[in-house]
Design a protein around this ligand. Sequence first.
Ligand code: URA
Length: 224
Amino acid sequence: MPDREADPMPTPPPVPEGVVWVDHPLVQHKLSVIRRKDTVTGEFRRLVREVAMLVAYEVLRDAPLEEVEIETPLTTCRAPMLAGKKLCLVSVLRAGNGLLDGMLELVPAARIGHVGLYRDHDTLQAVPYFLKLPNDIGERMAIVLDPMLATGNSAVAAIDRVKQAGCTDIRYLCLLAAPEGLATVRAAHPDVPIFTAGIDQGLNAQGYIMPGLGDAGDRLFGTK
Ligand code: URA
């Protein structure tokens, strides 16, 4: 039993311009289970995959369509299908990989890029160590995936690299965001919309999102 009663649920901070908070009841319910410290690795991973899929619907709401001719068993008709090159999912290692599976269930033919960044625990700055993106990412929509938007430093660094590779249509998907991280990313990349399942109160002294869900990478991969 906790040694004190929990604080009442805080009112979520305002949603800044350019940020989409997916407040669907299913998403909110699953997010609360994800947050619980007793949620075991397998369930945590499954729920992260499901929330990624549900948030992805919103990310792709304005994806361009084109009419193509198709044959049904009864006739020929014109019908809408996604236009342009397959999109590119960019996972920010390592926790971004937890969002990939859910996204791939919706868009199985997507290309996948990886950006390796770790957070220096003293400075909280993002330190790059790996980058592999499709050569033609400039012709694709890219969705950058990282479950936790905390200080925003890693998100800005990841988006910088995707832009340097020539991509001009970028969206950012996370599970939880802190207001500080939202402000940092929006200031550095105002052209990149952010989609999140939750906006929390802020960061603690170690740069963790509060109340948050802990270390997303450790919880996804069972490394603690
Ligand atoms: N990264 C995490 O995994 N959790 C946080 O709360 C912040 C950054």
